[in-house]
Every structure is written in C-alpha cells, then in structure tokens.
Design a binder for this molecule. Structure first.
Ligand code: GTP
Ligand code: MG
Length: 195
C-alpha cells in the first residue's frame, strides 16, 4: 500500500470509544521502548507522526491511526515499564484483553521484540495470549541495524525459540533507522487486508 493520508483518529480505552467505520485493523504490541511508534512512522513514511515517547509507559490508551481510510494501525501501550503501578498494570490488562478478545475488525497483530536480546518473559506471555485468541501473528525483531549482518540469521532462531512460535507465525527483522524489512512488513499486512 502507498500511504499518503494518515490521521490519528481516536484514542480509546473502552469499546464504545473504538472507531465505527469498520476498517480492518492491525494492532502493534511490544514492551515499552521497543520501537512501536517508530515502526508506524516508517511504514507510513512520516518522521515523528506516531509520537515516539519521551515518557515511557505514559500512553495508556489504544491509539487508532486511520491509514488512507483503508485500515487502522492500533498502537497498543507498551508493557514492562517498571515505574507503572500495579493498579495501572491491571487496568492495562483489562483494556487489551477486551480489545483482543472482542474486536471483530482485528485481522492480525504485529508483536515487536528487540532483536538484540533474548525475548523476555513478558514478550512470551504476549505471544501465548495471542495464540490463545488464535490471531495471525507477525513478530518483528526491531533495531536490527545494531546487529552485524553475519549475526542476523541467528537472531531469527533465538526469537522463534524464545517465543515458542508456531510454524505459521511469521518473523521479520526490522530497522526504522535504515528501513530494513519495511516492504516485508507491508506485504504481511496486505495479505490480511484482502479478505
Ligand atoms: P512506547 O510508546 O513507550 O511503548 O515506546 P515505543 O515502542 O513506541 O518505542 P519508540 O518508537 O518510541 O522508540 C523507542 C526508542 O528506540 C527511540 O529512541 C527510537 O529512536 C529507538 N528506536 C526505535 N526503533 C529503532 C531501530 O530500528 N533502530 C534503532 N537503532 N533505534 C530504534
Ligand atoms: Mg510508542
């Protein structure tokens, strides 16, 4: 998809606040600071459109980005930020559970992990959760520009193993700095839009 028009349509917590147009949705999840907003900005060719955060863990709403009035990217607030209170964590859990379990417009989930490191326990829990709801999953290993080229294949298997991925789950290595993987991510998205 060639993107010219994008609009932050709505920030929502409860289902009544979700957009009503019925466009298909692709959600992005991952720990705080992993590069979700940067991925959105790269996909839509805009620097600084989806806000890259100066205050990690502060965004606690689902942010729906209207892409060409054809789909929504749904930026899910990051998990794993230490300074978030237990009460806020529970609120976050309820919000994402409601969204992933009930949203019929949701076509697939892009789950981001930092390609430089072993996936964390929370990354694994997120994948288990997405498997439970039987959603199509693309795992994106971010910040791959920081990994030498001859070490990259090995990162793919570390991610697959660490997250206990199923054969049908896809993995793409990505960089918002040099745009590695950008076209592959769009191809993955496009295949779930034509349904
Ligand atoms: P939250 O909104 O807090 O959950 O964070 P986020 O997942 O949206 O991360 P964000 O896109 O704000 O990026 C966090 C930091 O990582 C920023 O300083 C980015 O510049 C940096 N970053 C993101 N992607 C990449 C990448 O591919 N390569 C490198 N080198 N840095 C990246
Ligand atoms: Mg963000």
């Amino acid at each position: 998809m060639k993107v010219h028009n994008v609009d932050l349509t709505i920030s929502a917590v409860r289902p009544e606040q979700y957009p009503q147009e019925g466009y298909p949705e692709v959600a992005l999840s991952g720990r705080s600071n992993v590069g979700k907003s940067s991925l959105i900005n790269t996909l839509i060719n805009r620097n600084g459109y989806a806000r890259t955060s100066s205050q990690p863990g502060k965004t606690q709403t689902l942010n729906f980005y209207d892409i060409e009035s054809q789909l929504y990217f749904v930026d899910v607030p990051g998990y794993g930020y230490a300074k978030v209170s237990q009460k806020e964590r529970e609120k976050w859990g309820r919000m994402i559970e409601t969204y992933f379990a009930e949203r019929s417009e949701l076509r697939g989930v892009i789950s981001l992990v930092d390609a430089r490191h072993e996936p964390t326990q929370l990354d694994k829990q997120m994948i288990d959760f997405l498997h439970y709801y039987d959603l199509p999953i693309l795992v994106v290993g971010t910040k791959i520009d920081k990994v030498p080229k001859n070490k990259r294949n090995q990162r793919l298997s570390v991610i697959r193993k660490g997250l206990n991925l199923r054969p049908e789950d896809d993995v793409i290595l990505f960089s918002s700095v040099d745009k590695t993987g950008k076209e592959q991510v769009w191809e993955w998205i496009d295949q779930y839009l034509v349904q």
